[in-house]
Design a protein. Structure first.
Length: 153
């Protein structure tokens, strides 16, 4: 089942069960996907967006909510912070599972060894290799810190 169909089906069942937060979040997701469809049509692509592009849309939405959470923490707006966290949980349900810190560190070590990287000058090669192989499963905000730590030790 495609990701689009899964989201649509869950949206319909959320409407029936009157789950307000789920309905509103899924409606935002579907609107973002349709927006991407329209962008593709105007740029010459005729088909609807596929799952990999939907994952990119979801990641962007998650990042926006995380940025909002940071602002709400600074502004001490607890009710808005909780709403954003609830939306992130819903979005996460449709994203591929991310590897944990230990697995990420292990993969980074393996890539560094396979490339023979020894200094910070090799950072671009390492990151490029990681993005090529693990773009969906690794959190790259953590990778940067891990790779710097491994290269400096």
């Amino acid at each position: 089942m495609s990701l689009r169909k899964k989201i649509n089906d869950e949206f319909n069942s959320a409407l029936k069960s009157k789950n307000k937060i789920l309905v509103s979040t899924l409606r935002l997701i579907l609107a973002a996907i349709k927006e991407r469809d329209i962008e593709n049509r105007t740029s010459g692509k005729k088909e609807e967006v596929k799952d990999p592009e939907i994952v990119k849309v979801l990641r962007k939405m998650k990042k926006q909510r995380q940025d909002s959470i940071d602002l709400y923490k600074k502004g001490e707006r607890q009710e808005l912070l909780e709403a954003e966290q609830a939306e992130i949980k819903i979005i996460d349900a449709y994203l591929p599972k991310q590897l944990g810190d230990e697995e990420t560190k292990k993969i980074c070590k393996e890539v560094i060894e396979s490339l023979g990287a020894t200094s910070m000058k090799d950072m671009g090669k390492i990151m490029g290799s990681l993005k090529q192989k693990y773009s969906d499963t690794i959190d790259f905000s953590k990778v940067n810190i891990i790779v710097k730590g491994l290269l400096s030790s």
